[in-house]
Design a protein around this ligand. Structure first.
Ligand SMILES: Cc1cc2nc3c(=O)[nH]c(=O)nc-3n(C[C@H](O)[C@H](O)[C@H](O)COP(=O)(O)OP(=O)(O)OC[C@H]3O[C@@H](n4cnc5c(N)ncnc54)[C@H](O)[C@@H]3O)c2cc1C
Length: 221
């Protein structure tokens, strides 16, 4: 079972490390979105993961700001996501913007945003800030043996079925199990897996589910 996680890029701005877990978070999924009902939140990053998170949070938050260093999302995010974001009245894209500092006693209260076009810093209220500036799975060692997506995350289960066909070289008379890779009996769980939620609870849950599949695999070998 491969559970090697990812290496997250850290946001280097005063206050971020101190308020991590208290309004400042790396990544963020459906659970966090639910807890942001009626709040003003900030998403840092301009890639697809940031866009998907913004769409998720916008269902519950009053307002979602996406902070992007560049002049638009076009170079970093898929067009279909940009189109969806533009349809959401409570999402605002803040370009030429980066986090200069975060403030709060015991929880995030405000974010100082450096606007690179004006060279001014704006201090704005914020209930939560979710950082999506990159996570590297570092799976190069798998070479071409285990199938991975274009960013190196490991494909498992249904993600391996293309046009109704099982992966190349697949021999068992069954589809790959939910968390199984393209090599029968090798499983991947947690952050390293393509499409993972990137949360402790989901990683632990996937690990225990994969154990059940491993028992099934071993019982048939
Ligand atoms: C700063 C930060 C804050 C976070 N806050 C939260 C939070 O508040 N709540 C939450 O639910 N989640 C949070 N997360 C996400 C959470 O930490 C991950 O989703 C979770 O740890 C993923 O578990 P994992 O087992 O997949 O990987 P990891 O926990 O990353 O474990 C992978 C392990 O594999 C080891 N490893 C890597 N490569 C190899 C190799 N080739 N051989 C052997 N060992 C290897 C690594 O050293 C590491 O020990 C946070 C993440 C970060 C970075």
């Amino acid at each position: 079972m491969i559970a090697t996680g990812v290496q997250w890029k850290r946001l280097k701005a005063p206050g971020v490390d101190r308020l991590q877990g208290a309004g400042v978070y790396y990544g963020g999924g459906a659970t966090e979105a639910l807890s942001c009902k009626g709040e003003v939140i900030y998403i840092v990053g301009g890639a697809n993961s940031a866009g998907q998170a913004a769409m998720n949070f916008a269902k519950y938050a009053e307002r979602v700001f996406i902070l992007v260093r560049g002049s638009s999302l076009a170079s970093s995010m898929s067009q279909y996501l940009i189109d969806q974001i533009e349809q959401m009245p409570n999402i605002q894209i803040w370009t030429h913007a980066s986090v200069a500092e975060v403030h709060g006693e015991s929880h995030l209260e405000e974010v100082s945003v450096l606007c690179s076009d004006t060279n001014k810093v704006e201090r704005v209220p914020a209930s939560a800030m979710f950082i999506f500036i990159g996570a590297l799975p570092r799976t190069d060692w798998l070479n071409d043996v285990i199938e991975r997506d274009e960013r190196g995350f490991i494909l498992t289960g249904p993600d391996l079925i293309r046009d109704g066909k099982r992966p190349k070289g697949w021999t068992p008379n069954r589809d790959p199990f939910l968390l199984e890779t393209n090599i029968p009996g090798i499983f991947a769980v947690g952050d390293v897996r393509h499409g993972s939620v990137k949360r402790v609870a989901s990683g632990v849950g996937e690990g225990s589910v994969a154990v059940q599949f491993i028992h099934q695999y071993l019982s048939k070998v």
